[in-house]
Ligand binder design. Structure first.
Ligand SMILES: NC(=O)c1ccc[n+]([C@@H]2O[C@H](COP(=O)([O-])OP(=O)(O)OC[C@H]3O[C@@H](n4cnc5c(N)ncnc54)[C@H](OP(=O)(O)O)[C@@H]3O)[C@@H](O)[C@H]2O)c1
Length: 335
């Protein structure tokens, strides 16, 4: 199989660095040249890949030439700015921002759920929102037993979900508080240290935050189910890494708990953990999403309640993106 040449756009960020780590771990396909792109601030610095220093370059119009794939780990405006240049260079853009996710011409993919959509791409493939990936990985095994009609989700999202700046802010605020200093909030609307913030993104006219809308909008597209109903409350918590979610769902036909357990235990990329339950610390740096606390919803005969945790920098971003590339590349090689 030909070696796949991959550029990472935003290689110095929380997602970009995790992408480099996930690429290092690939064993069953060959990765050729790896090009690291970021802002001019990072140009000339190095990051290690398989023990060798790779020099960061400032992204320009010609940065994507000779690449098969560009993994996007920059914010929306930068993704939109560079997408035409990536497509023009003939590379496939696998983007982690939300810029293209709901575009009808752009597949939105979790390979364990809708891998077939990858092959409909026209140059861009979108990686879903991190909380959406973790929730859908947990519930898709149940959805395959019976369509899910409704979900109520509460999320507990780590500070690194807001990037390197979010991670630094929690650490800085804890140090400031320990030193008896005043705390300043920059990455989050208010102090996150020793606090919870029930806001991720701006609020719409109905009072939902941007993050809360993503779960329903993206969930419908990934599951090809425009009638799926999801109501969500997204909360930032002072955890460094891994998003956790409490999910109550209703199925079309009653699914018994043993069926649900078996389906989750057998699903690829998911681990059933009822000994005693998943936690963000235990899931940190793991590719799998863990599911536990499975129980009958005591308010509805077709309802199931569960708890899940997943590393949002891995399965919620880098791992999922690399799995998309691997699936696409291996299929190409087979033809
Ligand atoms: N964090 C998560 O858990 C997560 C999960 C899923 C999806 N995402 C999405 O993934 C993307 C990256 O998020 P992140 O958390 O990794 O952010 P981050 O830690 O803030 O990293 C941002 C990256 O963008 C680069 N950048 C900034 N300005 C640039 C410019 N003018 N030109 C080129 N590169 C520039 C930075 O490079 P410098 O270091 O040179 O400034 C850095 O590599 C975002 O769209 C985010 O919404 C994040």
């Amino acid at each position: 199989m030909k070696a796949c040449r991959i550029a990472i756009l935003g290689a110095t960020g929380a997602v970009g660095r995790t992408m480099l780590q996930v690429l290092e771990e690939q064993t069953d396909w060959e990765i050729g040249e790896v090009r690291l792109l970021a802002s001019p601030r990072s140009a000339g610095q190095t990051l290690l890949f398989k023990g060798q220093p790779l020099t960061l370059e400032a992204v320009t119009e010609t940065s994507f030439e000779g690449m098969d794939v560009v993994l996007g780990a920059v914010e929306n405006e930068l993704a939109k700015r560079w997408a035409p240049w990536i497509v023009k260079a003939g590379a496939v853009f696998v983007d982690n921002s939300s810029a293209f996710r709901l575009d009808p011409g752009v597949p939105l993919v979790i390979p364990q759920i809708n891998a077939e959509d990858i092959f409909k791409h026209q140059g861009i493939i979108a990686n879903p929102n991190c909380a959406t990936i973790i929730a859908l990985m947990a519930v898709a095994p149940i959805y395959r037993l019976s369509r899910i009609t409704r979900m109520i989700v509460s999320t507990y999202q780590a500070v690194s979900g807001a990037g390197a700046a979010g991670l630094a802010e929690l650490k800085r605020q804890i140090a400031q508080l320990e030193a008896g200093q005043a705390v300043s909030a920059e990455a989050f609307p208010v102090q996150i240290a020793y606090n919870l913030i029930p806001q991720i993104g701006g609020f719409d006219e109905q009072g939902y935050s941007a993050e809360e809308r993503k779960l329903q909008d993206e969930g419908r597209k990934i599951l090809h189910d425009p009638a799926l109903k999801i109501s969500c409350t997204c909360v930032r918590v002072p955890v460094l890494r891994c998003h956790s979610e409490s999910i109550t769902l209703e199925t079309e036909r009653a699914v018994n708990l043993e069926e649900a357990r078996k389906a989750i235990a057998e699903a690829e990329g998911v681990r059933l953990n009822e000994q005693p339950y998943p936690t963000p610390l235990a899931c940190t740096d793991q590719n799998q999403v863990e599911v536990g606390r499975l129980r009958r919803d005591c308010t509805h005969e077709k309802g199931i309640a569960l708890w899940c945790c997943g590393d949002q920098l891995r399965k919620g971003a880098a791992t999922n993106a690399v799995e998309i590339v691997r699936t696409w590349w291996q299929k190409q090689a087979a033809h």
